[in-house]
Design a protein. Sequence first.
Length: 305
Amino acid sequence: MNIMKQTIYLLAFATIFLASCGGGKEPVSSFKMDVPAEIAPVAVTFENVSEDAEAYMWDFGDGQTSNEENPIHTYELWGTFNITLTAMNGDKSTISQQRSITLIEPRRKVIEIVTNFGTMSAELSNYTPKHRDNFVKLAKEGYFKDLLFHRVMEGFMIQGGDPESRNAPANKQLGNGGPGYTIPAEMVDGLHHYKGALAAARQPDGVNPQKASSGSQFYIVHGRSVDDAQLYQASQRKSFAYTEAEKNYYKQNGGVPFLDKDYTVFGYVREGLEIVDMIAGQPVSSTNPNRPIKDIKIFSVNIVE
């Protein structure tokens, strides 16, 4: 082999070797973002304007990441979020200068549950957006019209939202109906089972280890008095701690703390707790456990604001 050919082969080999060892250019990481609104939830479009990069890793600042080149990310909650983009080329990488967006809390949804015992007004939590939005959607569709509070347990809760309860005969077993889907659990610190809590029913852990919620069945906590021993037992069982304010609220208002961290609480009855008391105290069937003898009908669920 002549010297010219040897030189060409050596140069080609060196080029391949350097490429395989990450010998490419140093990438430049940079991006733009379009924030269409300041109120959460909001979908933010990110435009990647990096140079000399072949792979990317986004950190959106809310615990979510992506390796898409130009992602669209939805911020479900509010707060200040710091975003970074890592651009990579072989074994070289650079991280963009951190940029932040601040989103504010939306107005809380207020609903009215109109029953033949009176009307309850409840506020839905923005910290559980999947449950909030699903409940609002069903209400707007008229899904709850003429359904029953089919399960009543004084000192515990009242439960409704089963579509099979509409015009159900007295001997019909209820509690298994729904819209055909579940909602991922959204258990949030601070949203506890105080009296008046609006929470999602679900299948038991044995068939539902992820604690996914029923798509439509919900319950309102009636509850009973709570003491320090009960709060300690509940917190130890689920390995968390109540704040002093939470303990005091439980002791002043009652509830069912042993359900905390097992079921998603997504709102609270703010007006009409006396309606909950009346419904919870209704006589129940001896042959159809916990179903009220007299039908307790939900005439409608209305979105107030």
